[in-house]
Design a protein around this ligand. Structure first.
Ligand code: CTP
Length: 404
């Protein structure tokens, strides 16, 4: 990514009332470092958390807080300001401002500017996790989403109030990355992408299961990168503890057979299927209805094979473009090419599993293989690796469409 990915972008930044408003100061600095021209509008509540002078110093321009400021209106009228913006970004966006936006109310300067601007609107919500989960907040978000508003985040984690959960403001660096990615090429505009991610769990009895060490992070990063590239994404996730990438639809499953049903049901509606899940190959022949007790004797579990989801999708008439993953400890390229051919895939992303790479790690490296080609994607964090992978998938997919 270039050093000035937002060069010349005119950002009208709305800051609303919430403790996360302090992070917006850093956001302004980073937006400017990324090449953007920033004008800040604060709601009255926001000024209780951070002083307007801070934003004035960081943005290099006077900060507006009211519709009724005559000197500000004389310098640049609010309608002029609304027209000036290439992007309206509200960060943090409180529950209250989301409600105001959903209702289209122009009761203060920020609400008025949003209605008066033709620029795209992006909001980065921040609030207590209980508020975030409230049906009213979710309904407002859905209204905004349907109107084409870009929802950035929120992140998950510990909150200023002591709670833990969804509702943290995304880090300023992440917001910049998302905005930058949107300005880049969108090779997946109009493309429907199905992604599977995470492990599967096969129950043994009511308290035990057979699982694997997949964290789901690679698949979630691929889903996020596909959204950035313009795709409509459905994510089928095994048991993982990860927030849904903004803009993705999600189905949660547990076992390989549940994952199979979700994927087979959705595959006909999708152009591309990226199978990043680590699907368990075997399950116990039967699940014990009560907890197994130790008997002093060795215990043998009878395992039977699970359906191979990818191979089944490969056999569908009018199947989507197929991308598989292969995690191998030995003989990576040979094993992966064998899987590519055996399962009838368009592309496979292979990675070596070791103690420093692959499962449960933030970094990964991939070897991409397709019929007649290969490319190594060197070690990188899973987010940037996912972006490169999505770019390569888009190229192969486009090449396939172009071929007769
Ligand atoms: N896969 C699948 N269904 C399964 C097993 C795997 O759809 N029951 C998919 C995975 O999501 C991955 C690819 O197949 O994209 C390869 O997975 P992997 O477990 O490496 O391959 P297997 O076919 O299970 O081969 P093996 O166990 O022999 O290595």
């Amino acid at each position: 990514m270039s050093d000035v990915p937002l060069q010349g972008l005119r950002v009208l930044l709305g800051v609303t009332g919430g403790i996360a408003a302090y992070k917006s100061a850093d956001l302004v600095r980073r937006l400017r470092d990324a090449g953007a021209d920033v004008r800040v509008v604060m709601t009255e509540n926001a000024t209780r958390f951070v002083g307007a002078l801070t934003f004035q110093a960081l943005s290099g321009h006077p900060v507006r807080t009211s519709l009724w400021d005559e000197s500000a209106e004389a310098a640049m009228g609010h309608i002029e300001l609304a027209r000036w913006a290439d992007l309206v970004l509200i960060a943090p966006a409180s529950a209250d401002v989301l409600a105001q936006l959903a209702a289209g109310r122009a009761e203060d300067l920020l609400g008025t500017l949003v209605l008066a601007s033709k620029a795209p609107l992006a909001v980065a919500p921040a609030m207590n996790q209980q508020m975030w989960a409230h049906a009213a907040v979710q309904a407002n978000l859905e209204t905004l989403r349907q109107r084409g508003v870009r929802i950035l985040g929120p992140a998950s984690g510990s909150q200023a109030c002591g709670d833990v959960g969804d509702g943290r403001l995304l880090e300023p660096a992440e917001i910049i990355e998302m905005l930058a990615a949107e300005r880049g090429p969108r090779p997946f505009a109009g493309v429907r992408v199905l992604v599977s991610a995470g492990p599967t769990y096969e129950d043994i009895d009511p308290v035990r299961y057979i699982g694997n060490r997949s964290s789901g992070r690679m698949g979630f990063a691929v889903a996020a990168a596909a959204i950035e590239a313009g795709a409509r994404v459905l994510l089928v996730a095994g048991p993982v503890d990860l927030p849904t990438p903004a803009g993705a639809a999600r189905i949660d499953v547990r076992s390989a057979r549940q994952m199979r049903d979700a994927i087979i049901g959705a595959a006909p509606e999708h152009d591309i299927f990226i199978s990043a899940a680590a699907v368990g190959d075997y399950r116990p022949q039967s699940i014990s209805p009560s907890k197994l007790k130790k008997s002093g004797q060795p215990l043998a579990l009878e395992l039977i094979q699970n359906p191979d989801i990818l191979a089944e999708v490969s056999g569908l008439v009018g199947r989507p473009f197929l991308v598989g993953f292969a995690a191998e400890t030995d003989d990576l390229e040979h094993q992966a090419r064998d899987k590519l051919e055996r399962k009838g895939l368009d592309m496979i992303a292979a990675n070596r599993v070791s103690t420093t790479l692959g499962f449960e790690r933030d970094e990964n490296a991939l070897l991409l293989l397709w019929a007649g080609g290969r490319e190594e994607l060197g070690q990188a964090d899973k987010r940037s690796l996912a972006r490169t992978l999505v770019d390569r998938i888009a190229r192969r997919y486009a090449a396939g469409l172009a071929a007769p």
